[in-house]
Design a protein around this ligand. Structure first.
Ligand SMILES: [Zn+2]
Length: 431
């Protein structure tokens, strides 16, 4: 078979499946897999598993029993589908998260209706990322329908909890050896980065809390005590006037979007203070204050530097306030990750975008983290990119939608990417 005619047959098979593709996206949206707390994962995993079994995949359900997120009322059920080609390797794994964030206010449509209006599918998860899961399924189905036997193994998975860290989902699969090298060579995560953008990683995350401690006294005689909230105020002032501006000037070479996120950032997520044991008003001097911070750091920064900078800031504040009593506790650490330049996953997706859309792909990096961290950090698979339909800026928003034309195009791109990575050698797009 000629390469060109095979590509055409696959692209046509996707186009012919347009209605099924939309219907499957709708079916996925109609299962409210809201996380937290993680509702209906079993039903959604089953729907995906049944569909992929019908497509000729061997299905395995992996429940993250033993992980703290798992419970009888909210079971953490993941599904993995596998179809070997002529050889076991190379193996390509398409991983999508089945959970969606809570609905929130402002919807004018049923968040779980999956309604189609003027060429768009609406609903929670329409962008992030049930359309991506549907695209992964129909990309592989189109290849099968075009009668092409793959050289390598193709796997698809639907995993849980990405929105809350992915520990019972992608991380669980990586830990159990399923989403791990050398079993898997390439991973594509169809997160909603847009039809012509390939995401090559994300910044790091360091959540920490600072606690200041004072000494309580009667609120009418505050001079007899030490106010922990005042002391936290002094720390916050330095964060806002010194640390934040310094971070803004620190830029990464990674193509993080939007542009503001190309710098290191810090956000105060919450502040809570008062008298120990009283959540609200008490007629006393506050003897405790805790603030939680979200520091996003760059590939070019080390965790030690990030921590040391905070210790130095506290030390500076301490010079002004000698009785400052402040401690720092780690909450969460996620290292930055970047797909290496020249990765076959990047060139395959780039070639497919050029073929389908007639233009060059844009490489981007994500402002926030996603399951790429587990694929590389735990699974050791470096050739991982995110590419999928939907748009980042619509994710987690009311009236979230996915453009159907873009859904079809992204499915075609995924299909050619699969062919390029694990198709018969003569069909690959890139040398
Ligand atoms: Zn997502």
């Amino acid at each position: 078979m000629r390469k060109r005619s095979v590509h055409d047959a696959v692209l046509r098979a996707v186009e012919d499946a347009r209605e099924e593709l939309v219907a499957f996206t709708q079916a996925l949206i109609r299962i409210p897999t809201v996380n937290p707390p993680g509702e209906n994962y079993d039903a959604c995993a089953q729907l995906l598993g049944d569909a992929l079994a019908g497509d000729g995949f061997a299905i395995e359900y992996l429940t993250a029993v033993g992980r703290q997120e798992h419970s009888a009322s909210f079971p953490r059920v993941n599904v993995v589908a596998r179809r070997p080609g002529r050889h076991t390797n190379p193996a390509l794994h398409l991983n999508g998260h089945i959970d969606v964030v809570p609905v929130g206010a402002g919807w004018t449509r049923d968040p779980f209706g999956g309604t189609v209006e003027r060429g768009r599918v609406y609903g929670r998860g329409a962008s992030d990322m049930k359309s991506g899961i549907a695209a992964a399924r129909f990309a592989s189905l189109a290849i099968a329908r075009a009668g092409i036997e793959l050289a390598g193994t193709l796997e698809l998975s639907g995993t849980v909890d990405e929105e809350t860290g992915g520990w019972a989902g992608a991380a669980f699969l990586a830990e159990t050896g399923l989403l791990t090298r050398p079993r898997v060579d390439y991973v594509i995560i169809p997160e909603p980065f847009g039809v012509d953008r390939i995401c090559v990683g994300h910044r790091g995350v360091y959540w920490f809390e600072l606690t200041t401690r004072g000494r309580t006294a009667h609120g009418s005689m505050p001079f007899l005590g030490v106010n922990a909230i005042d002391h936290m105020g002094a720390v916050l002032h330095r964060v806002r006037t010194e640390l934040s501006p310094a971070l803004r000037l620190r830029r990464t070479a990674m193509p993080v979007v939007p542009d503001g996120a190309r710098s290191a950032t810090i956000n105060v997520n919450s502040v809570e203070g008062g008298q120990v044991g009283f959540a609200t008003q008490s007629p006393c001097v506050a003897d405790r204050c805790t603030a939680v911070f979200d520091r996003r750091f760059l590939l070019e920064e080390s965790v030690e530097e990030v921590r040391q900078e905070l210790v130095a800031l506290i030390a500076e504040t301490w010079k002004d306030i000698p009785d400052l009593d402040c401690s720092l506790t780690d909450r969460l650490l996620v290292l930055p990750v970047r797909t290496p330049d020249g990765s076959p996953a990047i060139s395959a997706a780039g070639g497919a975008i050029r073929t389908v859309l007639g233009r060059d792909a844009t490489l981007v990096a994500s402002p926030g983290t996603y399951d790429h961290k587990h694929v590389t950090g735990i699974g050791g698979i470096v050739d991982c990119v995110a590419y999928g339909p939907g748009r980042l800026e619509l994710s987690h928003q009311p009236d979230e939608w996915c453009d159907i034309e873009e859904l079809v195009k992204a499915t075609q791109v995924l299909a050619l990417t699969i062919l390029s990575l694990i198709g018969p050698t003569e069909l690959r797009l890139t040398p």
